[in-house]
Design a binder for this molecule. Structure first.
Ligand SMILES: *[C@@H]1O[C@H](CO)[C@@H](O)[C@H](O)[C@H]1NC(C)=O
Length: 481
C-alpha cells in the first residue's frame, strides 16, 4: 500500500475539522430554533422593554446671587400657597403634556411595519391606520394583535380564511393561514378615539409572536386659521399702541413725531391718568381707564383694540425720527413668518436678553436667569437681526401672538421682561439694530412729581413680583444678570 504523502494527510485533517465544525454549528442552530431554511434572517430580538416613563427631571441649581423665592411669603401662608401652587402646576402639566412625549424606539429587525409618526386623527372620527403590514417568513398560521387605550379598533368583515377577534374594542387580533389575506385586513384597520379631546394622543401596541412595537396616534381637532388681510399700505398693516399716565407733554411730542413720518397711521392710547386730558386727532383712539390701573393693564387694553396684523409698541416718552422705519420691521416679519416679535433700539440701546430656564424637579420649581445681551444666530439673510428671547420697549409684533401671551395686569409698575418670560417657548423673538427710535430727555417742564411717585417700584412691588414668579411661573429662584 502506497503511503499517503505528508501534504495529503494535512488536507484530510483540515477537511475533518471543517466538517466537524459545520456539524456542531448545525446542532447549535437546531437547539436554538434557528432555522436556516427560514427566508427571514431574523435574529430573535431582545424582549422589548418599553420605557414606562421618562426619567424624572433633576432639581435645578440656583446660581450664586439668585433670589430665592420660597420664603418670601408670610410664614403662616407658605404651606398653603405651596399646596395651591402644586395643584395648579399639576393641572398645567395635564393640559400641556401627553403620551406623545413618551420616548419610543424601534427594535432591531422587526417584521412589523407601522407608522412611526404622522398618523393624525380627529376626535371621535374613524381613520384608517396607514402602512400596517406584516413581513414574516413562512408559517402555518399568522396572528397579529393590536391594542390602544383611548379608542377602538375596527377592520372590515373577513372572509372564511381569516379570524378577527375584538373588532370594535380596544384590542384587535387577526389570524390567518394566508399572509396576503392577513395584510389585506391590516390595511383596513381603523382607529376611532372614544373620548372627545381637541389635542391629545394615544399609543398603539402592535404584536406578532415575540415582536412588539408601539406607535403614536395624534388626536387633534384641526384649527380654523385666523388670518389678517394686510392690505397694501403701512396704515392697514400696523397700529401704533402706547400707554400713558400723567405724561401729556411727552405724549404730545410722540404724537407730533409720529404724524411727521406717518400722517394717517392709527395710534391707540390707553390712558389711566387721574385727570385725563382729551387727545384728539384723526386716527387717534384714546381709551380712558380707571385711574392708576397700571402698566400691563394699559398695554392689554391697547392691544385688545388693534385690528391690523401687526402692532408697534412704543413708550409715551419716545419720539419718531427718520430712522424709525416701521416698514423695515414689517419686511423682517414678512421675510421670516415664524417671527412673533422684532425689537429695535431706543437711543442706540438695543437691550435684548436671553432667558436661561430649567424646569427643575416639578416640586420645588424651576430656576430662571434673565441674561442681558443674550442672543443667538442672525436671521436668515438678515445679518443685522438676531434671534433672542426678549427685546426693548420698542418692538413690532404679530397682534395675535401678543394677545395669546398677554400682559399680566397684576404687574402695575416696572414690568417688561415678564411678558417675554410668560412668552418663552411660544414667542419667536428677534432684535434688529437698524430700526431706531428716540427717547425724550427729562426736563423740568415735562417731569411730573406725581408720576415718579407712582412709577417707581417700591420694595413691596419687588416682593410682589417675586411672589408672582414663585407661584405663577412655578420658579424656585430667579436672577437678573
Ligand atoms: C396591550 O397589550 C399588551 C400586551 O398584552 C399589554 O401589555 C398592554 O398593557 C395593552 N395595552 C392596553 C392599552 O391595553
Amino acid at each position: 500500500m502506497k503511503k499517503m504523502p505528508e501534504s495529503n494527510k494535512r488536507l484530510v485533517l483540515v477537511a475533518v475539522i471543517c466538517v466537524t465544525t459545520l456539524l456542531l454549528l448545525l446542532m447549535y442552530c437546531k437547539t436554538n430554533s434557528f432555522s436556516l431554511a427560514s427566508q427571514e434572517m431574523v435574529i430573535e430580538p431582545k424582549r422589548s422593554t418599553f420605557p414606562r416613563q421618562l426619567p424624572p427631571s433633576p432639581s435645578c441649581e440656583c446660581s450664586h446671587g439668585a433670589v430665592p423665592l420660597k420664603d418670601l411669603h408670610p410664614k403662616e401662608q407658605r404651606e398653603a400657597i405651596m399646596q395651591r401652587r402644586t395643584k395648579e402646576f399639576q393641572q398645567h402639566k395635564a393640559r400641556t403634556s401627553s403620551v406623545l412625549s413618551k420616548l419610543l424606539y424601534a427594535l432591531p429587525n422587526s417584521p412589523l411595519q407601522y407608522p412611526i409618526q404622522g398618523y393624525t386623527v380627529r376626535p371621535l372620527t374613524p381613520t384608517l391606520i396607514p402602512v400596517l403590514e406584516l413581513h414574516a417568513g413562512k408559517r402555518d398560521s399568522y396572528k397579529v394583535f393590536l391594542n390602544v387605550s383611548k379608542g377602538i379598533l375596527t377592520t372590515v368583515t373577513p372572509d372564511a380564511q381569516v379570524t378577527v377577534n375584538g373588532a370594535g374594542t380596544r384590542g384587535l387580533s387577526i389570524e390567518s393561514s394566508s399572509l396576503v389575506l392577513l395584510n389585506e385586513l391590516l390595511a383596513k384597520v381603523s382607529y376611532t378615539s372614544s373620548t372627545y379631546h381637541i389635542n391629545s394622543g394615544d399609543l398603539a401596541f402592535f404584536r406578532f409572536e415575540s415582536h412588539e412595537a408601539l406607535f403614536p396616534i395624534v388626536i387633534k381637532q384641526p384649527q380654523v386659521p385666523v388670518l389678517y388681510d394686510m392690505g397694501t399700505d403701512i396704515r392697514s398693516q400696523v397700529t401704533i399702541i402706547t400707554k400713558t399716565f400723567l405724561r401729556y407733554p411727552q405724549l404730545k411730542v410722540l404724537l407730533a413725531s409720529i404724524r411727521k413720518f406717518y400722517p394717517d397711521i392709527t395710534v391707540i392710547i390707553a390712558d389711566d391718568s387721574f385727570e385725563p386730558e382729551h387727545i384728539s386727532g384723526e386716527n387717534i383712539q384714546q381709551y380712558i381707564m380707571p385711574p392708576a390701573q397700571g402698566w400691563f393693564a394699559g398695554r392689554n387694553l391697547a392691544v385688545s383694540q388693534v385690528i391690523t396684523k401687526y402692532l408697534l409698541w412704543v413708550d409715551d416718552d419716545f419720539f419718531f425720527t427718520e430712522n424709525t422705519k416701521i416698514e423695515e420691521f414689517v419686511e423682517v416679519m414678512e421675510a421670516v413668518p415664524e417671527l412673533d416679535v422684532v425689537g429695535g433700539s431706543v437711543e442706540g440701546n438695543q437691550f435684548y436678553f436671553s432667558i436661561l430656564y430649567e424646569e427643575g424637579d416639578g416640586v420645588e420649581g424651576g430656576c430662571l436667569i434673565r441674561k442681558s445681551g443674550g442672543k443667538f444666530h442672525p436671521l436668515p439673510d438678515l445679518p443685522k437681526c438676531y434671534f433672542t428671547h426678549g427685546v426693548v420697549n420698542f418692538f413690532l409684533a404679530r397682534t395675535d401672538a401678543v394677545r395669546r401671551v398677554g400682559f399680566d395686569p397684576q404687574l402695575q409698575r416696572v414690568a417688561h421682561s415678564e411678558f417675554f418670560m410668560d412668552g418663552l417657548g411660544s414667542l419667536m423673538v428677534a432684535t434688529c439694530q437698524d430700526v431706531k427710535i428716540g427717547h425724550q430727555r427729562k426736563t423740568a417742564e415735562n417731569t411730573n412729581p406725581r408720576y415718579a411717585k407712582f412709577r417707581t417700584p417700591t420694595k413691596s412691588d419687588d416682593g410682589f413680583k417675586s411672589q408672582l414668579h414663585y407661584f405663577k411661573n412655578h420658579l424656585k429662584c430667579f436672577l437678573y444678570s
